[in-house]
Design a protein. Sequence first.
Length: 342
Amino acid sequence: MVTEAKRQIAFVVDLNKCMGCHTCTIACKTLWTNDKGMDHMWWMKVNTMPGRGYPKDWETMGGGYDGEGNLALGKEPGTEEYGRPMEFNYEEVFFGGNGHKAHLAPQESPGWGPNWDEDIATGEYPNSYFFYMPRLCNHCGHPACAEACPQKAIAKREEDGVVLVVDESACATCSDPLCMKGCPYKEVYRNPVRSAAQKCNGCLPRMEREVAPACVRQCPGRCIWVGFLNDAESPVYKLVKEWKVALPLHPEFGTRPHVYYVPPLASPRLDAEGNVDSSQPRIPMDYLRGLFGPEVDGAVGRLQEEIEKKRNKQDSPIMDVLIVRKWQELLGPFEKDPSEVQ
Ligand code: SF4
């Protein structure tokens, strides 16, 4: 199995800029998972953090590698964690002749679903907090999904590092979806109609035509970059490797993920009188360390220093990149408009 691609595709997401609009989610859903057996698939989704996420409690389902680098299979998410698509009383509301007496409402609670705990904050008022975290397949350097699959139906491409389902037909005879148990981010889904594993393909058919992935291109918050991590001139390289202000999520899972996050800073805490209390951050550093590892202290410190430079009218190349004055700066080498490649 390929573990070192010649070039590695990577994404950086600035959690200080994501506003939870879900445009990336809908762009991806419309393009890739709008078919039969794909209702529960959200290859891109925006979780409210801290939260239980999607699928529910994915962070504690296991998978990835243990401390010795051995594959550590976890749980396969089920209906309880995905929830079911909601049925609504469309007939009654639109054709029932009940006027204003009938209102649109779900007919049965699915118990859980994407965005179920959206915007629910943690902590005590006035210092409660939450932030949004877009999540997609990490196109890992050491993908546990591919490592776990005995059929070799998932592979990492040498030319760009994209992790792909390369042989859906091999899944047909599979009674134990080890790929789903192997991925600690729970980014592999099973399509019951096609009897196949399916996952984010990195918008490969677009990237091969120099068009950026839909989540990146459609993001109105200008918060997602794409590029090759080996390109020392690219924003993704600079943010991750040079400036070290973008970090992988749960590096302890051992898969060497290639989606990196600029950690959220949040507004300052307030004391009982409503005055700014700078003695500690609103989002506890322990929580951020649990997500991004110990490197997050350095990243947060650097970001605060750079913000201060801008406030003092000094140059800050880091902030200039993070501000994204022209949205095309997000697209890396995938600069073409989709209309150019029809
Ligand atoms: Fe595989 Fe999961 Fe890594 Fe994606 S995030 S490459 S599905 S192990």
